[in-house]
Design a protein. Structure first.
Length: 114
């Protein structure tokens, strides 16, 4: 073993110790699921559709909220939580039915018998 390889090995070992020490401070939390995110979207969807007739600015504020939410969710997924494991799914499940029922309730027209 020559001197240059010894110093390279020593520097590499020192570098790895620094990395381990630095990374030990960043322990990321597991992402629990998407229930809260879907629930937040569902509530916002309902508020906008039910109350946009009396408060037309609701759609604008929902858009502004969603633009901010995109950035905060990106920060949350990149910096706070570990990357979730991908799970294949054919649809969004029960949330599809709830969104459909919500939109049908809002868009329902009264029966007009003439």
């Amino acid at each position: 073993m020559n001197i240059s390889s010894f110093f390279c090995h020593l520097l590499e070992h020192k570098f790895l110790l620094k990395i381990r020490l630095h990374c030990s401070h960043y322990v990321l939390v597991c992402l629990k699921g998407t229930l809260d995110d879907y629930l937040e979207l569902f509530l916002q969807f309902g508020y906008v559709f039910f109350f946009s007739a009396v408060f037309p600015m609701a759609a604008f504020w929902a858009l502004a909220n969603n633009l901010i939410e995109i950035r905060t969710d990106a920060f949350k997924l990149c910096r706070v939580f570990r990357r979730p494991l991908a799970q294949p799914a054919a649809s969004i499940g029960v949330w599809e039915v709830t969104f459909s029922l919500d939109s049908r309730t809002v868009c329902r027209q009264p029966n007009s018998e003439t």
